[in-house]
Each structure stands twice: as structure tokens, then as C-alpha cells.
Design a protein around this ligand. Sequence first.
Ligand code: USQ
Length: 400
Amino acid sequence: MRVFIAGIDGYLGWALAQYLVVRGHTIAGNDTFYRRQWVEEMGSCSAIPISDIAQRLAAFREQFGETILFREGDLLDYAFLKSFLQEFQPDAIVHLAEMPSAPYSMMDQAHAVFTQNNNVIGSLNLLWAMKEVCPDAHLVKLGTMGEYGTPNIDIPEGFFEVEFRGRKDKLPFPRQANSFYHWSKVHDSNNTMFACRVWGLRATDIMQGVVFGTRIEEMRNSALLRTRLDFDQCFGTAINRFCCQAVIDHPLTIFGGGGQTRGFLPLRDSMQCLAVTIENPPERSEYRVFNQFEECYTVEELAYIVQTVGNQLGMGISVQHYDNPRKELDEHYYNPDRNHLINLGYTPSHDVKAEIRIMLQDLLHHKDRIAEKRDVLIPDIRWDGSRKRANVIDQTIAHP
Ligand code: USQ
């Protein structure tokens, strides 16, 4: 298939290009390199060094014998987007070109507006461009499990049956997002669902959990093919941050009580899920929602898994609780479904410890880079728009 990856230079996009080319797909993609700039804005860098796009593209050609049709450009530039899609004529479009950080979107008015403008208008442009240029293509839109929030009932995949005043309907499950970033994804979901209904587009909205991991097999040991891995308060996600903290003997930073539960999945599972989705497109006019994660864990459970694996590798890892800069429930019910992808053949790896062991071993090579930026590890972006460094509220040295 001809697969267009919007945001091909990012954490997921660069890995996905490699995963898909090995499966025989032809790849094109765009990027603005914003992710590189945002992480710099946070005073940080990728823990794993990454090369520039020209070197990446050359290494890709050499490793896989295939060329990526790449253009630098923004989804907000509608003329650019339309002409690129016209040229490539994709069968599938994977949309990874959004600002992905909740704290970044909560920093201040400018960052909130930037996030929603970039994400919502970029996605709307993509829907229009698909309608005008490639209405038969399949949009694989990266949403987030965070769209649902943490309701006190089970979470279905997008829709649920409701009975109200004696009548029944199948309706979108309520969205209760917890940051302007997560709300931008909700707005995207609504626009995508509507475009499928009125224009007959086909789309899969992926409600993805928190991704972790430093590599997929396809990268082998090539430094030029490795994907980025962030650890700052905005672009580093929980397990990735914990592993970076572990290799520099920094205590693992649990925000609040650590009872926050999320669905997590290794990078390799995320790639598998996206490929399964692309290779099994929906019908025209169909808008379907897949919840995409491997297992649910509390943040505290994960910190202790990192600690256990790290200790097996001879590290002495401590865990600290910090006052939570976010406004979120510390403890809550969390039971989302994830059947659609399994029914299409997704096989979860189920070995979070093995994945964390690989991560720690990979990151040990780069501990000096991480140590140099250790100041970015303590969050200060608060959900009320203020900046105040989080304080330690409790310390646990060893897993009970
Ligand atoms: N957390 C800590 N300590 C840390 C970092 C995070 O306790 O050092 C906690 C947070 O308070 C939160 C949980 O871990 O309760 C997850 O935080 P995160 O930063 O790993 O993930 P989140 O902000 O939810 O966002 C990430 C991605 C986003 C994606 C989302 C999926 O940045 O793009 O949409 O995961 S989900 O969480 O399922 O909504």
C-alpha cells in the first residue's frame, strides 16, 4: 500500500516508516521539525541522539533499499498539503503530526491556543484535502485514551448503547479530557466522525495509551535509524522518563499518590497495531474507534517495575512522590476495552519487564547526555497556568 505519514520525523513516525517498509509498503511523509524545536524550548534534547532528516533518509535508503518521498511542510499550509497528496496518491494516511503534550498545552494562553490551532486546524485541513484529492484513502488518525478521561464506568471503543426515557441508541461515549491537548484530540474526533458521515471518507480513530520504548527490531543497531526519546516534563512520557531517571541515579518522579491508571504499550506494539489497522481498512463512510494499549497499570506500579528491573541490572533506584503539578484523579476506576485490534490479529507482547530491560540497557549508553539536562526532570508547569517546581512529598526507597 502507499502510506503517507504526517509527522514522519517524530517518535512514532520515524519508527513506523521502518516498520511499514519492511512489510512491503511504499512510504511518503512530511514534517515541520516542530518536535525538535519544542523539546529545545523545554531546555532538553532527545536522550538517544538522532540525526538530521537528510542523514535519516539516506540511511533508510541504504538499509531498506527504498526511498521515502519526503517534503518539509505543515498541514496548516493547505496548498502544500493538497499538492503533496495529489503527487503521492496515498491508500492510507497516518496522522501523527500533532503537538502531543498535555503539560505543553497547559503552560499559558499562547501554548493552549497554539496546540488547538495546530492540531484541530491541521486535522481539518487534512480532512478537506482527502475529500478533494483522495476520498478513497483511509485516514488512520492518532487520538488518545485521554479523550475519555477517567470515568467511573467501563470505557468502550468509541461508542456505547444508551437507553434514555425508554428509547435506545448507539452514541459516542462521553469525552472528559484533562488538558487542552487532550481536548484538541476530542475536537479532531468529532470533525473526523462528521467528515465520514457527510463526505463518505473512511477513518480509524486510534485511542492510544502511553507509549514507551527505545527501539523496534527494524532499527537494528543503526544510530541513524534510531528514533528520538524524550525525558523533559512535556515530551517525556512516564516510563520513558522513569528509565532516563534510573540510568542517572535520579529518583523516579511519581506525581501525587501514583494511583493514576493508564493503558500503556511498548513502541513495538504501537507499530504492530498501526500496521494491522492500515492493512484492514474500514468501508467508505465508516468511522471506527480502536482503543490501543497493551495493559493498564498505575504509575506507582510502573515505577516499581522500573526499580525492580534496574536493580536486577545492578542499579540502586529510588522512587519519590512529588506534589502533582497536574489536576487529575489520584485514584480512580479504569477499565477500558481493547477488543477491536485483537480481533484483527494484534498480539500484545505482554512483557513489560523485558522491554524496560532493553530500554535501560540502551539508555545507559547515553547517561551523560541525560545527566547534563537533569534539571528538566522536575516538572513546574501547573494546570492553573502558573509555574512552580514540584516538591518531594514522600520517599520510598525499596519496593515493599
Ligand atoms: N506521571 C508521573 N510522573 C512522571 C510523568 C508522568 O507520575 O514523571 C504521571 C502523570 O501525572 C499521569 C501519567 O503519569 O498521571 C501519564 O502521564 P504521561 O506524561 O506519561 O502521559 P500523558 O500526559 O497522559 O500523555 C501521553 C502522551 C500523549 C498521549 C497520552 C495517552 O504525551 O500524547 O495522548 O500519553 S493517555 O495518557 O492514555 O491519554
